[in-house]
Ligand binder design. Structure first.
Ligand SMILES: *Cc1c(COP(=O)(O)O)cnc(C)c1O
Length: 371
């Protein structure tokens, strides 16, 4: 699905030097590279505060802790995402409220959010799924009307932007707080685990900086219950280099997506993602097709037999996962996620795809469906 080796080989010398420098400096924890990366990412995103942490799941949890959400508060999020999003809500004893998605973009449905709001609702967690921007103007309007926090889970869309009413903004910097993951296969991936939290709110940033460091604002004074969640210096040094390539990496993904979508154009069994030529609202963390009126599972098996990697994100909607079933849910309210789990298939998507590989993938899929 990804080609991390091919990507590494192109920046090998830079990366190797940076890693060796950190090792020789022995500043492994909270070293200058961590602070440098934080500043670089603040500049890149145009956000006042970046707080690095250990991974994207921690980032979400810490963001919610920082907002002071209390057990029993309801948090609305999408039924169609990686489990981390809902897991941290449940871990903090908040009440997850899963809602359906929009068939056109697979992101959280604005109408479904409106229907799910109760007096206990305190926050919305939009996920920019597969790297595609949620309609943030609509989210912020709902949040302002109902006085809710917005936590953007931008683990899949770092570098993408959204043309909001207030102009162009990077995803993750529009809500009260945003989070991302530097898991190796993410658009900005390190060589291990990493994550970060973004906010323009000085007070929230201060609170979060304490939470990531055992609740300390002054050494050995623990004012709040915190966690230990750090990005290490080796990962930060790698990320500083990779950040300088992020726009090129995302452009390579967009080009590959355009090539796929052109190849699938007009096919009766394939609904390919829309390509936006005028903005960067989709950075294709995944390139996900919908297969309609055909056997998606048989196609998947055929691709595997041809040694073409493919995957289903996500095979089971969250509301059906044992850990997150809730008697208040009504199956009829999840008609789109229930449909999508049978239709979606994600194709290889990374920065090193070439047209020969893509032609083979496109033709294999079309030949199978035309049989
Ligand atoms: C990857 C991912 C996360 C979690 O990130 P980790 O760094 O693996 O903890 C959270 N949310 C979404 C949508 C993700 O894709």
């Amino acid at each position: 699905m990804v080609d991390l080796k091919g990507q590494y080989e192109k920046i090998q010398n830079q990366i190797n030097d940076a890693v060796i420098d950190v090792i020789q400096s022995t500043a492994f924890i909270n070293g200058p590279e961590v602070h440098g990366f934080q500043k670089d990412l603040e500049n890149y995103l145009g956000v006042k505060h970046v707080i690095p942490c250990a991974n994207g799941t921690d980032a979400l949890q810490i963001a919610m802790m920082g907002l002071g959400l209390k057990p029993g508060d309801e948090v609305i999020t999408t039924d169609f995402t990686f489990a981390a999003t809902v897991e941290v809500i449940a871990l903090l004893q908040l009440t997850p409220v899963l809602v359906d998605v929009d068939i056109n973009n697979m992101n959280i449905s604005i109408d479904a959010i409106k229907k799910a709001i109760t007096p206990k609702t305190k926050a919305i967690v939009p996920v920019h799924l597969f790297g595609r921007a949620v309609n943030m103007d609509a989210i912020m309007e709902i949040a302002n009307t109902h006085n809710l926090f917005v936590i953007e889970d931008n683990a899949q869309g770092v570098g993408a932007s959204y043309n909001s009413k207030n102009g162009k903004q990077k995803l993750g910097t529009i809500g009260d707080v945003g989070t991302t993951s530097f898991f190796p296969s993410k658009n900005l991936g390190c060589y291990g685990d990493g994550g970060a939290i973004f906010t323009n709110d000085d007070t929230l940033a201060h609170t979060i900086r304490g939470i990531v460091n055992h609740g300390m604002y002054e050494r050995y004074h623990h004012d709040v219950v915190g966690v230990n969640s750090r990005l290490d210096s080796v990962q930060a040094a790698i990320l500083r280099i990779k950040l300088t390539h992020l726009d090129d990496y995302n452009a390579a993904r967009q080009n590959a997506a355009r090539y796929y979508s052109k190849g699938f154009e007009g096919h009766k069994n394939i609904i390919a993602p829309q390509i936006c030529e005028s903005c960067d609202c989709h950075v294709f963390h995944q390139y996900t097709l919908r297969i309609v009126d055909a056997d998606r599972n048989a196609l998947m098996q055929h691709l595997q037999e041809q040694n073409i990697p493919c995957a289903i994100y996500y095979p089971i909607p969250l509301h059906k996962q044992k850990a997150y079933v809730d008697s208040r849910y009504n199956e009829a309210d999840f008609s789109i996620t229930n449909q999508l789990v049978d239709e979606v298939i994600a194709l290889p998507m990374h920065t090193e795809l070439d047209s020969e590989q893509q032609d083979f993938i496109i033709n294999t899929i079309k030949d199978f469906l035309n049989k």
